[in-house]
Design a protein around this ligand. Structure first.
Ligand code: HXC
Length: 514
C-alpha cells in the first residue's frame, strides 16, 4: 500500500513541475524581469499568499510541434494579504509558452476574478504574455472574451489593477483597459498591433518601445496611470495605491490614525501662490501643505499635467484631490485634462472617497486642435462625473475661477457641498481686460486718453465683479477664508460631510459623454 509519505511526495513533484526550473527564472531575470512567483511574493505581505489551481492542466498534453505547457498552464492565481487586507491575483508566467493565454489559463483568471467579486476584495492582474495561445485558436479568443466580461462585471464593485510587466499585445490589451488602474514598467509594452504589422500596413518604422513602451503610455497616450523603473518599484506602487482604496464599493477607504495636527495652520500657502494671476506656481506644493504629513500619491503624474489628481489623507480620512496646475498650460482645461479628471472623479465616487477640488483655472484651452478633437464632448465628461458623484465634494478657489471652468468644477450648481475661496480669488465670466474690451469698446476708443480710460475701467471691473465677494454674497461659495486656514477648514468640512447620503433617480445607467 502507498504510504502517506509517498502520496505527499507525488503531490510535491507535481507542484515542483508547476513552479518551473532555475533556468526558467534565469531567462526571465536576463530580461530584467522577475518571475510570476517572485512578483507575487513582493506584492503580498510575506507568507500570506495561498495559490489555487496550481494543478490545472493545459488543454493539450503536447501541442503541435512538440511544445508543452505544464501544471498551472502559465498563470499563477490565488489570494493573500496586502497591507493586512485581502486581495486576489493572477500573474502570468512568461516561462510557459511565452505566458500565452489558452483556455485553461483563461479559466483560472476568470475563476479568481469571480472569487474576488464574490468575496468583495481587489483583483490584481500581472500581465506578461505573448497574447492568445496560437495553437488553441478560438478557445483562446473565447477565454479573452470571458475575461473582458468579468472585468466589466467587476467594474465599480471591486478595485481592479493591471500591472503590465512584459509584453501585452493584441486583444490582450483590453482586459487592462477595462480595469481601474494600469501600471507599467519601463521595459513593458502594450499595443494593438506590433511594429511588424505597423510596417506592413502603414509603411511606418517604429520600435516596440516607441510604439507602446511604458514611458509612451505614461506620457503620450495616458493608457497607463503609473510608470515604474522596474518590477520591484511597480509592485511597491501597487501596494501603496491599495492603501487608499476600500476592499469594495460597499466599504469605506482605510482610515489611518493621524499624527498630523488637524488644527495645523499653513502660512506657507500665502507665499506659494502668487497674488499676480499671471505668475505660475506648482499646485503640488499647495496639496502637500494641506494633506496629512505632506503625503500625496499622484495618479497619471506624467500625462495631462495641467490637471493634477491623486490621493492623500486629511485627519486620517482618504481624500481624492483634483487640482488645476498653473505651471502647465496656465492650468487651462483641455481634452486630456478633462478625461483625466473625469476618470479620477468616477474612481473616487465609486470607492467612497471624498473629492477635494483646488481651483485655479483661466478657462478652457482654445483652438482648432481642441475643437476638432471634441473638447465639447470630452469637457462634458468632467461635468458628468462631478454631477454624478455623490461623495462629499469640497472646494477651495485658490486664485482664478473663470467662465465655463467655474461651472464645470464642483460648483454649487453641480451640488458641490462646501466651497471656499481665498480673498485674492477672481470669480467672473472672464478676466478684467477681456471683459472691458467687450463691454466698453466704444467708451475706450472715444476717450481722450484711451489707455488711461481702459486702465480705469479694468480697475473698476476688478473691484466690482472680479473677486470672491460677489459669489459669497449670493451663497455660491460658503465662505472666504485665509489661505493659512485651508487645512483646518477642509478637515472640518470633510468631517461634517462624511455622513452624506445622496441617491440618484433609479435608472439602468446614465449615458456618460464619450
Ligand atoms: C503560443 C507563444 C506565443 C503565442 C510566444 N509563444 N507567444 N506560443 N502562442 N501567442 C512561445 C514561443 O513560441 C516560445 O516557445 C516561447 O513562447 C517564448 O517566446 P519567444 O518569442 O522565444 O520569447 P521572447 O523573445 O521573449 O518574445 C516574447 C514575445 C514573442 C514578444 C511575446 O514571443 C511574440 O511576439 N509572441 C507573439 C505575440 C503575438 O503576436 N500574439 C498574438 C497577439 S493577438 P519556445 O517553445 O520556443 O520557448 C492576440 C489576440 C487576442 O492576442 C484577441 C483577444 C480579443
Amino acid at each position: 500500500m502507498t504510504s502517506m509519505q509517498e502520496y505527499i511526495e507525488k503531490l510535491r513533484q507535481r507542484k515542483a513541475i508547476a513552479h518551473g526550473t532555475a533556468q526558467d527564472a534565469e531567462a526571465q531575470h536576463k530580461k530584467g524581469r522577475l518571475t510570476a512567483r517572485e512578483r507575487i511574493d513582493l506584492l503580498f505581505d510575506p507568507g500570506t499568499f495561498e495559490e489555487i489551481d496550481t494543478l490545472v492542466l493545459p488543454r493539450y498534453d503536447v501541442y503541435p510541434g512538440g511544445k508543452r505547457s505544464r501544471y498551472g498552464d502559465g498563470v499563477v492565481t490565488g489570494f493573500g494579504l496586502i497591507n493586512g487586507r485581502r486581495a486576489f491575483v493572477a500573474a502570468q508566467d512568461a516561462s510557459v509558452m511565452g505566458g500565452s493565454l489558452g483556455e485553461m489559463h483563461a479559466n483560472k483568471i476568470v475563476k479568481a476574478m469571480h472569487m474576488a467579486l464574490k468575496y468583495g476584495c481587489p483583483f490584481i492582474a500581472i500581465n506578461d504574455s505573448g497574447g492568445a495561445r496560437i495553437q488553441e485558436g478560438v478557445d483562446s479568443l473565447g477565454g479573452y472574451a470571458r475575461i473582458f466580461d468579468a472585468n466589466c462585471e467587476a467594474s465599480g464593485v471591486i478595485p481592479q489593477l493591471s500591472l503590465i510587466m512584459g509584453p501585452c499585445a493584441g486583444g490582450a490589451v483590453y482586459s487592462p483597459a477595462l480595469t481601474d488602474f494600469i501600471f507599467m514598467t519601463e521595459n513593458a509594452y502594450m499595443f494593438i498591433t506590433g511594429p511588424e504589422v505597423v510596417k506592413a500596413v502603414m509603411q511606418e518604422e517604429v520600435t516596440q518601445d516607441q510604439l507602446g513602451g511604458g514611458r509612451v503610455h505614461a506620457e503620450e497616450s495616458g493608457v497607463s496611470h503609473f510608470l515604474a523603473r522596474d518590477d520591484q518599484e511597480c509592485l511597491a506602487m501597487a501596494r501603496e495605491l491599495l492603501s487608499y482604496l476600500p476592499l469594495n464599493n460597499q466599504d469605506d477607504p482605510p482610515y489611518v490614525r493621524p499624527v498630523d495636527d488637524p488644527e495645523r495652520r499653513c502660512p506657507e500657502l500665502e507665499e506659494i501662490v502668487p497674488v499676480d494671476p499671471t505668475k505660475p506656481y506648482d499646485v503640488r506644493q499647495v496639496i502637500s501643505s494641506i494633506l496629512d504629513d505632506g503625503r500625496f500619491f499622484e495618479v497619471h503624474a506624467l500625462w495631462a499635467q495641467n490637471m493634477v489628481v491623486g490621493f492623500g489623507r486629511l485627519n486620517g480620512y482618504v481624500v481624492g484631490i483634483v487640482a488645476n496646475q498653473p505651471m502647465v498650460l496656465a492650468g487651462c482645461i483641455d481634452i486630456k485634462a478633462s478625461i483625466k479628471a473625469a476618470h479620477f472623479i468616477r474612481i473616487c465616487d465609486t470607492y467612497n472617497v471624498p473629492i477635494i477640488t483646488l481651483q485655479d483655472v483661466p478657462g478652457f484651452l482654445p483652438g482648432t486642435n481642441q475643437e476638432y478633437g471634441g473638447i465639447i464632448r470630452n469637457g462634458a465628461r468632467m461635468i458628468y462625473a462631478y454631477s454624478e458623484a455623490v461623495v462629499p465634494k469640497l472646494m477651495i478657489i485658490l486664485r482664478k475661477s473663470y467662465g465655463g471652468a467655474y461651472c464645470v468644477m464642483s460648483s454649487k450648481g453641480l451640488r458641490g457641498d462646501l466651497l471656499y475661496a481665498w480673498p485674492n480669488a477672481e470669480l467672473a465670466v472672464m478676466g478684467a481686460a477681456g471683459a472691458v474690451n467687450i463691454l466698453y469698446r466704444n467708451e475706450v476708443k472715444n476717450a481722450p486718453d484711451p489707455e488711461a480710460k481702459r486702465r480705469e475701467l479694468v480697475e473698476e471691473y476688478q473691484e466690482r465683479f472680479n473677486n470672491p465677494y460677489v459669489a459669497a454674497a449670493r451663497g455660491l461659495i460658503d465662505d472666504v477664508i485665509e489661505p493659512r486656514d485651508s487645512r483646518r477648514v477642509l478637515i472640518k468640512a470633510l468631517e461634517v460631510t462624511l455622513s452624506k447620503r445622496e441617491r440618484h433617480v433609479p435608472r439602468k445607467h446614465g449615458i456618460s459623454p464619450s
